[in-house]
Design a protein around this ligand. Structure first.
Ligand SMILES: Cc1cc2nc3c(=O)[nH]c(=O)nc-3n(C[C@H](O)[C@H](O)[C@H](O)COP(=O)(O)OP(=O)(O)OC[C@H]3O[C@@H](n4cnc5c(N)ncnc54)[C@H](O)[C@@H]3O)c2cc1C
Length: 359
């Protein structure tokens, strides 16, 4: 049976563009249409959606939008109403959307309103023997499930970094704007601003090529019997600035901040990688002064190439958890790395994955 497949996205709050993850998920939606057959419709939400619509015009799909000031910011009541109205207009069997924080808060409600099903944190979509199959990980990325469902509409929220981003030439396109009737209580919550922890927000970069992870060893007494916190801070920040890497931390290290111990000032719980932390996706990872214990390494599941620096040749990384282990003093290795990065030709430094860290 031919399927109506709806791709949902919201524009970024900072403007009228779509986030990168939306193009990745659009790529997955187009692949699904190609395998399953059917028709793709695009549904957009945001204050102003024309630019976003133009950016996906090349796929030639019908574009439906709920737009205007009511949809400028994430808000459960107005977002749920907007997505519900778009779905009523498109009558999809399958809804595919990026697993952004804005959508994750509202997609389960959408499924409830439509009497459908929802699955979140999907990492891939395939059609097996003609049946749509979604995959996701459980138990901190140790078990992978393949999910098939009878319930329709089936809403699928796809994680970032799991599919190549769709790219096409922007063109002027028509958008069918639908009116969404918001009850008075949908406007009861007003958006006042975003408050983010300064540290984590500025050092976590999901699109960086490298994940740099600092462990508790950076704050421990070194060979001279002293801690070297100021030196550790400046070595790490210099490396992050020069390489454009994203910063991760081990649980031991980030917990020390909470215990008011002397710590790296820029490290917060948002940086924690592992079983009880994040599972980021980066092509490469470099772990420093961190032991490489299982609960920590669980967070490295989706790091393709893993390297670690540890003084201890018997650390966890040495037991098959890293591709390369440098048995060395991370203070010295990082100082050398930073001097090599500084010596790079100017053009190559401009080419790097660039970001400015404030501290
Ligand atoms: C249920 C559960 C969930 C957990 N979840 C997580 C999680 O999500 N994330 C996580 O990280 N941990 C997690 N843990 C904790 C985990 O088991 C480890 O205790 C923790 O990761 C250890 O942190 P660390 O390696 O930074 O510190 P340590 O174990 O103290 O290791 C410090 C390392 O630094 C090295 N070192 C010191 N100085 C230098 C130097 N100059 N150069 C090079 N190396 C040096 C030392 O050799 C040592 O190996 C969890 C534990 C449990 C029980």
């Amino acid at each position: 049976m031919s399927q109506n497949i709806l791709f949902l996205a919201h524009v970024e709050e900072s403007g009228d563009t779509l986030p990168k993850v939306a193009y990745e998920v659009l790529g997955a939606a187009l692949d699904t249409v190609a395998q399953l057959g059917g028709k793709l419709t695009v549904g957009l939400v945001g204050e102003s959606v024309q630019n976003a619509a133009n950016s996906v015009a090349a796929i030639g799909a019908r574009i439906i939008a709920a737009s205007g000031a009511d949809f400028a910011h994430p808000r459960y009541a107005s977002d749920a109403a907007a997505l519900e109205a778009i779905c009523h207009e498109a009558s999809p069997q399958i809804v595919i959307a990026p697993a952004t924080s804005r959508f994750l808060r509202v997609l389960p409600a959408l499924a409830h309103r439509l009497k459908g099903s929802v699955d979140t944190h999907i990492t891939s979509l395939d059609v097996l023997d003609g049946v749509l199959t979604a995959k996701r990980w459980f138990y901190r990325q140790r078990l992978e499930a393949a999910i098939q469902r009878q319930g329709r509409p089936w809403i699928l929220a796809l994680d970032s970094g799991c599919h190549a981003a769709w790219a096409g030439t922007p063109a002027k396109t028509d958008v069918q704007t639908i009116s969404v009737s918001l009850p008075a209580e949908a406007n009861r919550t007003t958006f006042m601003g975003v408050r983010a922890p300064i540290t984590g927000a500025q050092t976590i970069r999901p699109d960086a090529k490298l994940l740099f992870v600092a462990g508790a060893g950076w704050c421990k007494k070194q060979a001279d019997g002293q801690t070297h916190l100021p030196e550790a801070e400046s070595l790490i920040l210099d490396f992050l600035r020069q390489s454009g890497a994203s910063l991760g931390g081990s649980k031991s290290l980030v917990d020390q901040s909470g215990d008011n111990q002397a710590v790296l000032g820029f490290m917060s719980h948002l940086n924690q990688v592992g079983q009880t932390g994040a599972t980021p996706r980066h092509p490469k990872g470099l772990s420093t002064c961190c032991h490489g214990e299982e609960p920590h390494v669980v967070g490295w599941r989706f790091i393709n190439e893993r390297r670690a620096i540890n003084l201890d040749p018997n650390c966890g990384w040495a037991r098959g958890k890293a591709d390369v282990l440098y048995v060395a003093d991370a203070f010295r290795v990082l100082a050398k790395l930073n001097s090599l990065l500084t010596a790079r030709p100017q053009e190559r430094r401009r080419d790097r994955d660039c970001v400015n860290y404030k501290h």
